[in-house]
Design a protein around this ligand. Structure first.
Ligand SMILES: Cc1cc2nc3c(=O)[nH]c(=O)nc-3n(C[C@H](O)[C@H](O)[C@H](O)COP(=O)(O)O)c2cc1C
Length: 362
């Protein structure tokens, strides 16, 4: 088999990437008050600009999602947009590329994190299982209110507004967060969507919200700069589907003609017992660029590219502790371990204080 091309530049849509290693989106809860990114966030992303593509942490599109300490960033007003400009300038200054991951929490929001006494919303009045981190500690998820059809139009418009701001803030593209149990994923899977209107039931009905959001963002971005992230078998936040293989092959087929930048599939390389593999069905039905994520080390990343099952590999945790991960992989250098206790804390510790290899070996 020919050598894998993990480290070779590639053309990605109409963008040139320096390699096929993607920094996966990772929430770090270090925006400033008001969900505004700062120079600290810019430094964090600049340190990781050696990735072929960075996908930002999930960015909230819901303007009523504001109270959350330490905080996740948003992209719903000009102050947040200016904060993101610091980040995109820093990444571009270091030769990198960055997409904004746009997300709506849907049923996983906690009432204490929503303004004006708003209640969490979802496709159906079914609560996520488990607990959510709040400023007063872990709390059970609330039962959401099932969205009325006109409200769905409002959410589509919120994604479009954030997409417009992402463009003004200098991002290279956007990734629509359809994974990990957030609002779009809640619509896609039948464990959380039991609607009987045109947003529930068949695969095409459950995919309608995602497709409407993609269409709305195209007022501001060409499809070739819009990616979509899906996690067909992720059970996080109580997610389930009766037929993940068929459902996600069907979703991929619906996305195939849209000319997207990519489809980004989260599927752990070591699947939990009983979980099916969906990647092949998606590869068979989606002809565009495919990114995979889920526990990939260097050897597995090379193998998945060499097998043709994917075109790029996204890496999460290893990028936290190894800001220069592509360089370390290229040199077959050792990796630092990430400190999980600082994933979601505030400040520099566990965020911008992981040294690059050059500092470790000096
Ligand atoms: C600290 C942390 C935060 C994460 N936040 C997000 C997020 O905001 N959006 C998302 O789609 N995935 C998020 N993920 C999942 C990662 O993008 C990735 O899919 C997952 O970590 C598996 O890849 P890995 O094994 O290489 O870490 C997060 C993961 C970690 C470790």
């Amino acid at each position: 088999m020919s050598a894998p091309c993990l480290f070779a530049p590639m053309t990605f849509g109409d963008l040139s990437l320096s390699n096929r290693i993607v920094m996966a989106p990772m929430t770090r809860r270090r925006a400033m008050h008001g969900k505004i990114p700062s120079e600290l966030n810019a430094l964090y992303y600049r340190q990781r600009a050696g990735a072929g593509l960075i996908i930002s942490e999930s960015i909230e599109v819901d303007p009523f999602s504001t109270i959350d300490v330490p905080t996740r960033p948003g992209l719903t007003n000009s102050a947040q947009e200016s904060g993101w400009r610091l980040v995109t300038d820093a990444v571009h200054g270091a030769g990198g590329k960055i997409f904004a991951q746009l997300s709506h929490m849907g049923r996983t929001a906690h009432p204490s994190q929503l303004l004006d006494g708003r209640q969490p919303v979802g496709p159906s009045a079914l609560a996520a299982s488990g607990t959510i981190y709040t400023s007063t500690g872990p709390e059970p998820y609330a039962t959401p209110r099932a969205l009325e059809i006109p409200e769905i139009g409002t959410i589509v418009a919120e994604f479009a507004a954030a997409a417009r701001r992402a463009r003004s803030a200098g991002f290279d593209g956007i990734e629509i967060h359809g994974a990990n149990g957030y609002l779009i994923d809640q619509f896609l899977r039948d464990g959380s969507n039991i609607r009987t209107d045109r947003y529930g039931g068949s695969v095409s009905n459950r995919t309608r919200l995602l497709i409407e959001i993609i269409a709305a963002t195209q007022m501001h971005w060409p499809a070739a700069r819009v990616g979509v992230r899906l996690s067909p078998t992720n059970t996080y936040q109580g997610m389930s589907d009766s037929d993940p293989v068929g459902n996600f092959a069907g979703i991929a087929a619906l996305l195939d003609p849209l000319g997207l930048a990519y489809l980004h599939i989260v599927e752990p390389i070591v699947q939990s017992i009983g979980q099916p593999r969906t990647l092949k069905g998606i590869r068979d039905t989606f002809g565009g660029t495919l990114i995979v994520a889920g526990g990939y080390g260097r050897a597995d990343a090379e193998n998945v590219l060499a097998s043709g099952a994917a075109d790029l590999v996204a890496v999460g945790e290893a990028f936290i502790a190894n800001p220069d991960l592509p360089e370390r992989w290229r040199l077959s250098a050792g990796l630092s371990a990430a400190d999980k206790s600082t994933f979601y804390t505030s400040g520099e510790r566990g965020y911008t204080d992981y040294p690059p290899l050059s500092a470790v070996t000096d």
